[in-house]
Each structure stands twice: as C-alpha cells, then as structure tokens.
Design a protein around this ligand. Structure first.
Ligand SMILES: [Zn+2]
Ligand SMILES: [Zn+2]
Length: 631
C-alpha cells in the first residue's frame, strides 16, 4: 500500500475542508423514489403493502426490456469478481441476473515492483462496458481505497448511481471532487437495515465492524436466493463508535436461508480473534501518560477509529493534536464534518502552531506508517520536513502493521529516527495496532450465522482462499459447495445448483499520472530496459533531396556511461554510427525507418561487444534542405 499517500506533503491545509460536503450529502439522501425504492427491514408488513405500488414501479423496467425472461426459461444468477481474488486489493464484484447488473465495490490495487512508474492499478471493466445498458448501480461496502479508489475512473466510463453509507459517501465525494466529478455523480446515502431495489436485485445494508466507521455487508436478494457479501469486517464487540455489528440480522438471514456467502479472507491465516480496537486506546493512554516527550503517531489515513483514539488520549492528557499529510487531512476533515470524529474544542491545531507548545503538550499524527518515501514521516526521518524536525525529545509510534513488501522501507525509517535519537515504538514492542480483519474464529462465526448453501471466499491471495475453504469444511460445509474462483471467472447459480462456468475479460489497467490504460506491456518493457541499461540517442541530419548525411551524428547518452570518463567510447560509437549511416546511404536505403532499423541493429551489436550492455538506442533523423545555388 506504498502509494496510498502518494501526495502527502501539504501540511497545514484547511482541516475543516469543504463545508459543502455535509450539505450535499444531506441533499443527496433525498433519494429519487422514481427509480428505486428503499425500505427499512423492520417495517411492518402493512407499511410494506402500502408501499407496494412503489416497489412494483421500481421493478417494471426490468420486466419491460427482458426478452428472454419467460416462465419457461429461467435466468441464472452470475457472480463475477473482476478484482480482489487471488490478490489483495482492487476489490470489485459483479452480480448479473437477466437484464440487470449491480456491482459491489470498485477499488484500486497497487503496482508490482516491475511496473515501473505506474501509480495505480485499476480493474479492467471491459465486461461492464459491453453490458453498459444492464448496469443499474454501484454499492460500496466502506471507504477504504481498495474499495472506492477506482470509482473516479469507473464513473468516467459509466455514470451509474452509487449507494453507500454516510461516511463512505462523504469519502467518495471528496475523492470525486479531486477529479472534478462531484457535480455529475449520483451518490445516494443509505443507512444500515435499509434496502435498495434495483431491477431484480434487492440490496440490504447490514452493519459490520472494521477499521473504518460505517462499514456494511450486503444481503442481496435475487430470484435464486439471498447472497451475503461481507465486505471487509472484523468482530468488535466494543467498537469505538459503539456501533456494533448487526449479528441479529446475519442470524435472521441464516435462519431464512442464505444461498451464497462471499466472505473476507484477508486474515484467514491468523488463529483466534482480532482484538478490539479499544485495546489500542488503552495502550495509547499508558504511553501518553508516561511520556514527557512530543509524541508522533504514524498510522493509515483511512483508519478513523484509530485517529479518534489518538485524539481522545491526547485530550485526556492535555495534549494538542496536529495533522500532517494531505490524505490524512482530507479523511479527517470529512470524518469531522460528518460527525464521525469528535475532539474537544481547541484540541486539534494547525501544524504551523506547534512552535508555541512544549514537547509534552503535543501529538502529531502523520502518514508514512509503511515507510513511503514521500510521506510525512519519511521526510521527518530524513530531516527534510518543512514543519517538523525530529529530535531526541520525540517519541514516534508506528500504529500499524507492516504490509508485506514494505518491511524494508519501514525498517529504514525506524533506523533513521533512532539515529537522530528519537524513541520509537512499533507493533512488536507494544499493542499499538490491531487489525481490521476477522481472524479464524470470527470467520467461522460468520459462516455459522449465515449458514450458506454455497460459499466463495473473497479478498485475498490464492492461499488465503484455500485456507478459508478449509475453515468452512471444518464447520461442516461440503467441499463441493465451496468455490475457489479467480478474477473474471463466472459462478452461475440457479434454483438447483451452482457451478463455475465461463470467463469474462479481467485484468489490470495501469494508471500513470493522467494516463489511464495507455501504459501497456511495451511501455513497461521500455521502462525496464531504460532502468537497467540507459539509452543512447544518435542524432543526425539528412539533406532532403540528395539524402546525404549533412550533420552529425551526435551521440547523447543517459544512464549508460558517465560521459566524462568515457569520451573515448562515445567517440568510437560516433565514428561507428557515422560509418554505418554512410554505408546505408550508399546502398540506396532511403526509407528513414529502414535507416533507423539498420543503424539500431548494428549499433546494438557494436555497443554490446564493447560494453556487454544493451542500452536502448534511438536514432533521430532531422531533414535539412540546403539552399540551392541560384540559377
Ligand atoms: Zn477495508
Ligand atoms: Zn479491503
């Protein structure tokens, strides 16, 4: 997750970001009853009957344009994950029945090491683009990047309505603003236990607990039964915001019969239970009470519960809190605006004001818990941060676990901080972090409550999915009813059976700066080559009518050899290039592409013989028209 906080170096920005968000959300919760209907689960059947007309209205369009749907030919429910299977991140799942498609989550993934220069990875949505008329809406489980991050790119292709709880909607809105899409997006705020009807699907929001507030699971009622998608979850009996997971509803669904369960596999390899987020608060209290140093806490920008606990502990011990990191400030702003994060008046201060307080009166919350090079904490450790200078009077807490692959960069930051003399506390030394995902016993509980007929583990690498399958077998599920799927694979369910059938296009689209999908294998191969061997430019001019060599060649190299110490080599290359160009011209090769190809090939061999290296060679020809003598 190294890149989540890729734009972090903007401290002191306005914390109470955009007052409009709240207003906008309030407006948006006036749901457009013409297109959908929303119902409270606990509603009496009488009320429901009264609303019957509404419901029918909502279901009409689907019947209207469905040609295949007759009583003789029954459709099947198709469940197609387009991301999040056999990988971590990029979560997106498609549910299709007849002429209706709904989508759950639309997250981004993070580039692999060999994807040089790629900022983000988003799911390939070709299948949805081909079926665009069927797509009715996007349902979001919670506000983490691996569930909402690809929404801007997705909306540019199909601007379907988005359904989410309040905080999630707020975070999506803030994200869309950055892409200039907030005005056109259709975001509907839904509360837990409310149900949205879109075509043949009824989607009920069910409260769960996770490392961000307002997380939900979905119970999707379809013509072939109920599908429960847990989203990310853990079982926290004492959550920070007091909003406990809706066990009763899961159990109720289980009693009535759940056809399919899709459940979070992130922590399936860990036995036991994940501890309550509250434990971390107790640990913070202990540390805050016993330290007279300035405290700097690095954590994930998206972990609002954690931020709340830091702010609460700080307030308890009379410390002020300042925030560093753009993403942190953005999330904090939205959470405060919408009432998901509270702080006593005057507790949160601008980073520019830290100078007027003593070290023991301060807490700084920053991004960079994964050692991200551009993050606030990494810059502090390098002594390059404009606002915060680390000294031996600082206590730095890493309130996070290391995401696999980031250990080295985290270790480096810890080393640097310790060299300066700061005290550093990380997860191995104290309970300053708990996970947001369910461990084995909690996953079993979910299976037991929902008692699904079929089960498909989601969110995780292949080994996680396998492990989750074993867990389900332990609690009595038959092996044949458990499906280990992969991105793009179609699971088809009808009244009698479920099976993995076809495959639709799936994969990754790479985002590099403003370019979406314009970086493919060829570009990556070039970047690989450039990074390993550098490049040589051969620049020369040919006369337009005669084709004679009239200028150059000049040799320019980058990342190949240090030119000042290799003048001889560069001279040799120039001489050789000149010979080759003249040879080609004498052989009456006039097509520029042929000249370039011939030159590139010969020069490649020559350079390799001399240096055992394979730099990229780029011949550049300019055309010159020499003035003809006047006649
Ligand atoms: Zn999450
Ligand atoms: Zn997730």
């Amino acid at each position: 997750m190294n890149k989540t906080d890729n734009v972090v170096y903007e401290e002191g920005a306005n914390m109470l970001l955009n007052k409009d968000i709240k207003k906008k959300l309030e407006k948006e919760s006036n749901i457009d009853i013409d297109n959908i209907s929303i119902m409270k689960t606990e509603e009496t059947s009488e009320k429901r009957r009264m609303k019957g007309s509404l419901k029918n209205k909502a279901e009409k369009p689907a019947k209207h344009n469905s040609t295949k749907e007759s009583i003789f030919e029954k459709n099947k429910l198709k469940i197609i994950p387009l991301g999040g299977l056999q990988e971590v991140g990029k979560n997106i799942t498609v549910f299709e029945y007849g002429n209706d498609i709904i989508i759950v989550d639309c997250g981004l993934g993070f580039p692999e090491d060999d994807m040089l220069g790629v900022d983000l990875v988003i799911p390939d949505t070709t299948y949805l683009e081909k079926n665009i008329t069927k797509v009715k809406g996007l349902f979001i489980t919670h506000g983490h990047e691996d569930h909402i991050g690809a929404i801007p790119y997705f909306l540019k292709k199909m601007n379907v309505p988005i359904y989410a709880t309040k905080l999630t909607a707020g975070l999506i809105t803030a994200k869309l603003e950055e892409h200039g899409l907030d005005k056109t997006a259709k975001i509907k705020v839904i509360e837990p236990r409310q149900t949205v009807t879109l075509g043949k699907f009824k989607v009920e929001f069910i409260r769960t607990t996770h490392s961000i507030a307002d997380s939900v699971a979905f119970a999707i009622t379809t013509p072939v039964g109920v599908v429960v998608h847990t989203g990310d979850f853990k079982v926290d009996y004492t959550p920070i915001d007091g909003q406990v997971m809706d066990f009763a509803r899961f159990a109720e669904l289980g009693t009535k019969g759940v056809t399919l369960l899709l459940s979070d596999s992130t922590n399936v390899e860990r036995p036991g239970y994940t501890m309550s987020e509250r434990n971390v608060g107790a640990e913070f209290d202990k540390i805050f009470m016993n330290s007279n140093k300035r405290i700097i806490v690095a954590t994930f920008a998206s972990n609002i519960h954690r931020m709340q606990q830091i702010v609460s502990s700080a307030a308890k011990f009379g410390r002020k809190v300042a925030i560093v990191g753009r993403s942190m400030i953005r999330v904090m702003g939205v959470a405060q605006e919408l009432g998901y994060l509270t702080a006593p008046e005057g507790t949160i201060i601008d980073i520019d004001k830290i100078g007027i307080y003593n070290p023991e009166q301060l807490v700084i919350i920053t991004t960079g818990s994964q050692g991200e090079t551009m993050s606030g904490l990494a810059r502090m450790s390098q002594g390059e941060h404009r606002k915060v200078t680390i000294t031996e009077n600082d206590l730095v807490i890493f309130s996070s676990s290391s995401i696999p692959g980031n250990e080295k960069s985290i270790g480096k930051v810890i080393d640097e901080l310790q060299k300066i003399g700061a005290e550093v506390i990380y997860n191995q030394l104290a309970d300053v972090h708990v996970s947001g995902h369910a461990c084995q016993e909690e996953l079993k509980l979910m299976l037991m409550l929902t008692k699904p007929k079929y089960f498909m583990p989601v969110h995780g690498e292949y080994r996680f999915l396998r492990h989750h399958k074993e867990l389900a077998k332990q609690v009595g599920m038959p092996s044949d009813n458990i499906f280990i799927s992969q991105n793009g694979r179609v699971l088809e369910i009808d009244d009698k059976s479920a099976k993995l059938t076809g495959q639709v296009p799936s994969g990754v689209v790479l985002v590099d700066g403003l370019g979406v999908g314009d970086v493919g294998n060829i570009v990556l191969r070039d970047r690989q080559m450039l990074s390993e061997n550098g490049m040589i430019l051969v620049v020369f001019s040919l006369e337009s009518t005669t084709g004679a060599l009239v200028g150059g060649p000049d040799i320019i190299t980058r990342g190949f050899v240090y030119v000042r110490e290799s003048e001889d080599l560069v001279d040799e290359i120039r001489e050789y290039a000149k010979e080759q160009i003249e040879k080609l011209i004498h052989a009456h090769v006039t097509e520029w592409s042929s000249i370039k190809a011939g030159l590139r090939q010969n020069l490649c061999d020559f350079v390799y013989k001399k240096t055992k290296r394979n730099p990229m060679i780029l011949p550049i020809i300019t055309e010159v028209k020499l003035a003809k003598p006047k006649q």
